[in-house]
Design a protein around this ligand. Sequence first.
Ligand code: ATP
Ligand code: MG
Length: 250
Amino acid sequence: MRLELKKVVKQFGGLTAVNGVSFTIEGSQLVGLIGPNGAGKSTLTNLISGILKPTSGEIWFNGERIDGKPPYVIAARGIGRTFQVTRAFRRMTVLENLLTPGLAKFGNRKSRAQLEEEAMEILRFLTMDHLRWEYASNLSGGQQKLLELGRLLMMDPDLIILDEPFAGVHPKLQRTIYDYIKRVKARGKAIILISHDMESIFTLSERLLVLNFGTLIADGPPEEVKENPEVIEAYLGKDEEEDQFLPTAA
Ligand SMILES: Nc1ncnc2c1ncn2[C@@H]1O[C@H](COP(=O)(O)OP(=O)(O)OP(=O)(O)O)[C@@H](O)[C@H]1O
Ligand SMILES: [Mg+2]
């Protein structure tokens, strides 16, 4: 897996949401992407997954230029992502929600029975197998997030981008999501994790990218980034020098 961004810019009218961002992710790293509200994290995710087209710059995935390609093409190439606001098919059952992406990607290679088996395995892992006949619209917000993670796994992507997977989720389900991320990483997947939950970010990430007003202000090991004066200032503003925002990593 290799993802490379080259001087990627995204403007919305007069606002530069992503301002010349360059980085490369290779292999099965878990990369945390952090930054204050409005820093451009979700916009960057939308650019990588094809929801948005960069104003300028290039995005390369496994040797192919992908910026400007439609989302379904990029998904088929092996990039999966979740949305900050979940997008499960609310009028389908939980099992159907998993089968749909599985059939779309592997329908010509795997039987429906095999895909159902895989879906059930994923549901068991997400502790949702008892909900398989339930309509997605009847799930809690947290369960819908889990369902979205399950849909991702059905596509078996090389790179997974998780946009705020813990936000608004019951603490018990947060633990399931945390374990899910660890297990998916153990399967050799590269992960970009966006979260305001600093404890999870610092315990899970091997590398941290920090965005501030669309600009990448830090890129390195979490322990190093935490000490970066520009990062500290981005979170605190200039007046509260001594306050500590970033927690000590466990
Ligand atoms: N479709 C859009 N049209 C216009 N402006 C947008 C659009 N999407 C995002 N923006 C603006 O771009 C900037 C970056 O937004 P973005 O959602 O990427 O930030 P974020 O880092 O994900 O923030 P948060 O932590 O709150 O999720 C913000 O100023 C936002 O208002
Ligand atoms: Mg966001």
